[in-house]
Design a binder for this molecule. Structure first.
Ligand code: GRF
Length: 222
């Protein structure tokens, strides 16, 4: 699969519920030209989420869209509103950056193989919530970060890139999470840059990076 959009700038739709540190890394890499893409729209299910403020500070289109009546997913009306907003913004790739809702059926059919997520562990270890805490509680010595396509499962889609992060003696959930987030801020822009350039092909569960000379190298991907 090539996600290149011809001459037109590759357009990102970013969805987030929280503070937006991944969004900031991605938006700033777009502005700096290290990611050949632009943020077309930022959407949040949380009205006062910092990610919206950070987007507006950068002059980007940012919208709160109410998630509807469920706690962990979008209801039908909300799902349709998210799809419409992303279509209206003509996005090539949907980037989940701390979006705390599970996306399902119609959304994933609409943006088939065009939704990516970042997970704070080395999948398939520690899927779900607070993965850094799961890793610490389990006692692993190495954890990390995974960028993956989103499919119908929870944190189960084809893996695009992974970066290891050591667990150090004396780590608390907070210190480990901070180290993981630092790795996220490098890995996510690198993976998005590769998708924007059309450097990645998906073959079943495998993703193949085709241009080893990409400017931004994603560690541990080839
Ligand atoms: C990230 O740490 C990511 O692993 C998870 O959600 C968090 C979002 O953080 N999917 P931020 O809003 O990007 O700061």
């Amino acid at each position: 699969m090539s996600l290149m959009s011809g001459e037109r700038t590759f357009r990102l739709g970013v969805l987030g519920s929280g503070k937006g540190s991944n969004f900031v890394a991605i938006a700033d890499a777009c502005s700096a030209g290290t990611v050949p893409a632009e943020v077309a729209v930022v959407l949040s299910d949380v009205e006062n989420a910092l990610i919206l403020e950070r987007a507006r500070e950068r002059g980007l289109s940012a919208r709160f869209i109410p998630p509807g009546k469920f706690r962990t997913k979008l209801d039908e009306t909300a799902e349709a509103a998210y799809i419409a907003a992303l279509r209206e913004a003509r996005v090539d790739l949907v980037v989940l950056a701390g979006f705390m809702r599970i996306l399902k059926g119609e959304f994933l059919r609409t943006f088939a193989q065009r939704v990516v997520n970042i997970h704070p562990a080395l999948l398939p270890s520690f899927p779900g919530l607070e993965a850094w805490k799961q890793a610490l509680d389990y006692g692993v010595k190495v954890t990390g970060v995974t960028v993956h396509f989103v499919d119908q499962g929870i944190d189960t889609g084809p893996i695009l890139a992974q970066q290891t992060v050591p667990v150090l003696a004396g780590d608390t959930p907070a210190t480990l999470h901070a180290r993981i987030q630092e790795a996220e801020r490098a890995l996510y822009p690198a993976a998005i840059a590769a998708l924007a350039r059309g450097d990645v092909k998906v073959q079943g569960r495998q993703t193949v990076w085709e241009t080893p000379s990409s400017k931004l190298q994603a560690p541990n991907t080839r």
